[in-house]
Design a protein around this ligand. Structure first.
Ligand SMILES: [Zn+2]
Length: 136
């Protein structure tokens, strides 16, 4: 399950920072590499910080996932893990195009997580042998 950040409740409770750790099933349609899938749920470890003046929320942390399937070069079994260092800013109200927006005092993380996975996804998956071969 993807949690929400209830900014309004946090501000009322004078909690201005915290951490979140959770895992969730990635949308398989994000993956465009043939014969490759997510090996396990995606893991997210995020820290958040609420600016007291305008309730802008800064988020940073890591989104990691493992892909498994056929090597894009030789079709052998391959598995590789990826970690993306994610950062985002959420402003109150609608997104201004640069930052994410949040409505009704609550931050929904779905779009941010989807974007993070998209940024982190490789063009292809390589087995160890092909990975070594490509380095030379
Ligand atoms: Zn290979």
């Amino acid at each position: 399950m993807i949690p929400e950040i209830d900014v309004r409740r946090c501000v009322a409770a004078k909690e201005y920072e915290g951490t979140l750790s959770f895992s969730f099933e990635a949308d398989a349609s994000l993956l465009e590499i043939p014969f490759v899938k997510f090996a396990a749920p995606v893991e997210a470890r995020l820290g958040w910080f609420i600016c007291r003046d305008n309730e802008t929320v800064e988020l940073s942390g890591e989104v990691s996932f493992t892909l498994c399937g056929a090597c894009s070069r030789c079709l052998a079994e391959a598995e590789q893990s990826f970690t993306y260092r994610a950062e985002a800013v959420f402003v109150r109200g609608e997104s201004d195009g640069e930052e994410y927006g949040y409505l009704n005092g609550k931050i929904k993380l779905e779009e941010f997580l989807r974007d993070s996975i998209l940024f982190a996804l490789p063009q292809r998956l390589l087995c160890k042998a092909c990975g070594e071969w490509e380095k030379d």
